[in-house]
Ligand binder design. Structure first.
Ligand SMILES: Cc1cc2nc3c(=O)[nH]c(=O)nc-3n(C[C@H](O)[C@H](O)[C@H](O)COP(=O)(O)O)c2cc1C
Length: 345
């Protein structure tokens, strides 16, 4: 199914929305669209807003510790901040104790989120060592218990984000989609890699297809989508109902526009710099002044990394310390892009 078709279907569903079926519509934006993947440290509220404007049909927060929420940790609660312009939005929880998930899902349910997502894919050692993230792929009874506990604390749809297994020797069982559905999950996002792959190697589309073919609930496919051709290939190889895009959106939120139009969209130099400025203006609404320039270095680098011949700008972006530095880099970036554009003509 071409991504543009997915968007057309969403337009129909949005019309349906006028008749009052908001929950189903928001949820369809997750299961049948092009969703911005959760990425800790990258997909903060400002970037999620930008991606929604560019055509991401739904977004998910960075992962939030279920235990942190149930202990009322300020750091975890800060990650729950979102703007209405991001909706439909899911909140992603990670952890290992079902009781934490039950309490956390109760806490987040009143905050305006459209669904709750459970992280069963994070490969980071610290997370896995604590029995969370992709460690849950080796303990399906624990994962289903977590799903049940999360469902028990909320009326929102609950989704689960998994990988295709721990390793090629330990793939998730074929029964996983049915087990998750029986536990109350409404959809599954599948990153087509094993934990042992981390983020490298090619996406195992055959494994996603197998799970999608056996699943009684919608499956969203994830992995290495960077252009409309990738999106078309992943959808047709897997039979998934929708797509999720992670790294392909970093520094390139226009990917969602490309996907909805079905062909590569090239932003003008002015558009690029306007979007960067806008993202930083939104960040300044919630990041304290003393941390702002440190926090925005990462995002600025993401934008610059895609442009060839901009290595001096990359170096300067790592040291941006105030508004003047930022404006100077943005002006130089625009001039760089304008030069490239006129060379190409
Ligand atoms: C920097 C980074 C942070 C990530 N953080 C999360 C996270 O918080 N929760 C999650 O479920 N996946 C996380 N992921 C995985 C992505 O959501 C996605 O599954 C993965 O990057 C594969 O998709 P892609 O090839 O489109 O990037 C992260 C990935 C990256 C690169």
């Amino acid at each position: 199914m071409p991504p543009s078709f997915i968007v057309a279907r969403l337009v129909v569903m949005t019309t349906w929305n006028m008749f009052g079926h908001m929950d189903e519509v928001s949820f369809l934006a997750y299961t049948g669209g092009t969703v911005l993947a959760p990425m800790a440290g990258s997909t903060d509220s400002a970037f999620r807003r930008i991606c929604r404007r560019m055509g991401a049909t739904a977004v998910v927060t960075e992962m939030v510790a279920a235990a942190g929420l149930s202990r009322r940790s300020v750091r975890s609660h800060r990650l729950l901040r979102f703007h209405p312009g991001e909706k439909p939005i899911g909140v992603q929880l990670f952890g290992r104790r079902p009781g934490d998930f039950a309490r956390a899902s109760d806490i987040v349910s009143g905050l305006g989120f459209d669904f709750i997502d459970i992280n069963a894919g994070c490969p980071v050692k610290k997370v896995v060592r604590s029995g969370s993230g992709s460690a849950l792929l080796r303990d399906i009874p624990a994962l289903t218990e977590i799903v049940r506990a999360t469902v028990s604390g909320t009326d929102l749809p609950v989704t689960v984000k998994v990988r295709v297994g721990w390793s090629p020797e330990e793939p998730v069982p074929d029964s996983l989609p049915s087990l998750l559905a029986d536990a109350g999950a409404s959809a599954i996002a599948v990153h087509g890699r094993y934990r042992t792959d981390m983020f490298g190697g090619s996406v195992r589309t055959d494994r996603i297809a197998r799970l999608a073919g056996l699943s009684p609930i919608p499956v969203v496919a994830n992995g290495d989508v960077t252009c409309p051709d990738d999106a078309r290939a992943l959808l047709s190889a897997t039979g998934a109902t929708g797509l999720m895009v992670g790294r392909g959106a970093m520094g390139n939120p226009w990917i969602f526009r490309s996907l909805s139009e079905g062909r590569e969209y090239m932003p003008s130099p002015e558009e690029v710099t306007e979007v960067i400025r806008d993202q930083f203006r939104m960040m300044s609404e919630y990041v304290p002044e003393q941390h702002l320039y440190h926090v925005l270095r990462g995002s600025l680098l993401q934008y610059i990394k895609g442009f060839r011949g901009a290595s001096d700008l990359r170096v300067r972006a790592t040291g941006v310390a105030d508004r003047e530095d930022l404006e100077d880099i943005i002006r130089n970036l625009r001039e760089h892009l304008q030069r490239k554009e006129s060379e190409a003509q």
